[in-house]
Design a protein. Structure first.
Length: 341
């Protein structure tokens, strides 16, 4: 198990430090339980975790679960959340799908040890699990950019789907969908949660800035009076920008790795191509140099999206919603009649 300490993973081994390990398990913080899909030798990317208890409670509250409900859980992980679902819904009413066979087997063992009767299936959660359908509730514990239609198909009309949802630019909203009799599901975003992606919807690894931004790259230079704080740090603004520009990520690099310096560069990246933009901030400045490279004008796309959000009255992310149907996913503002993106 690993604890994320300000971007640095600190390992804790149960056999070596049982007291510290147990204290971490009962703390209100997320715990990393797998790196690099369990393959080893990677870059140390977190690929499975146990969510912090307050987030678990918030998502279970959004699920509005009652005894007797049949539940599909996407992402078994340690099995802890599946045990909570079974405690509420009842033995045999929970099916949990885990893409990693080794993680699935450890969860089965843990659930058996606690006496919780949960069907754990090693498979791609994006496909749901049709043999146990229909479900009254579907709960995902990994983030998606597109809600799989299989989850809608396998839920009863009137049922609920709760899933973390995001974009490469903003991973941090909770989507709560009501399933309708016409084969669609719709609902609003809410909450503030960041989860690891389901494996087949992960954005490509961004790579180090120094590998993406090269001194020999030809650039187009300009300036802006838009401070990065307003677009990157405002939760609602960054959510809207991610919806409007779904193929863009960002990273902030402080001079000397010292946030107290007040000097930094914000970088925008195309996860799928060579385009990038840099956005320089120095203390006291009111104009900020922008450089861009590649076929996309990433800063221009961001600025247009921020302008759209501002002119729309700076709507909170809770005013946005989504509809999922056989033809795909549509994100909207206030009403399905006003699609965004």
């Amino acid at each position: 198990m690993w604890i994320d300490e300000n971007g640095k993973l600190t390992p804790i081994h149960r056999d070596d430090s049982p007291t510290e390990w147990m204290a971490a398990c009962y703390s209100d913080r997320p715990l990393i339980t797998q790196l690099d899909d369990g393959m080893g030798g990677g870059e140390g990317r977190s690929t499975s975790s146990a969510s912090m208890p307050t987030v678990v409670a918030m998502m279970l509250d959004a699920l509005d679960l009652s005894p007797g409900h049949r539940v599909l859980e996407i992402g078994t992980g340690t099995g802890y959340n599946a045990a909570l679902l079974a405690a509420r819904a009842g033995a045999g009413n929970v099916t949990s799908v885990e893409v990693d066979p080794a993680i699935a087997e450890r969860a089965r063992e843990a659930l058996r040890a606690t006496g919780r009767v949960v069907g754990v299936v090693a498979a791609d959660g994006g496909d749901g699990h049709a043999p146990a359908a229909p479900y009254d509730r579907v709960l995902a514990t990994a983030a998606v950019r597109r809600v799989p239609y299989a989850w809608v198909e396998q839920a009863r009309p009137g049922g609920l789907i709760v899933t973390p949802w995001g974009t490469p630019f903003h991973n941090g909203a909770l989507l709560r969908l009501r399933v309708h009799g016409d084969g669609t599901a719709s609902g609003h975003f809410g909450g503030n949660v960041a989860f690891m992606w389901v494996r087949d919807q992960r954005p490509p690894p961004g790579g180090a800035v120094e590998d993406r931004v090269r001194p020999d790259h030809p650039t187009t230079d300009s300036t802006t009076d838009l401070h990065p704080f307003h677009a990157l740090s405002d939760f609602d603004a960054s959510f809207a920008i991610g919806v409007r520009v779904p193929a863009m990520s960002s990273v902030v690099v402080f001079d000397g790795d010292d946030p107290a310096s007040g000097a930094y560069t914000a970088y925008l990246m195309d996860p799928y191509g060579p385009s990038w933009a840099s956005w320089r901030v120095d203390p006291g400045a009111t104009e900020f140099p922008v450089r861009r490279h590649g076929p996309r004008n990433l800063f221009g796309e961001l600025a247009d999206a921020y302008r759209w959000w501002s002119e729309a009255g700076k709507p909170a992310h809770t005013r946005f919603g989504a509809t999922i149907g056989p033809g795909g996913q549509t994100v909207w503002l206030d009403s399905p009649a006003d699609p965004v993106g």
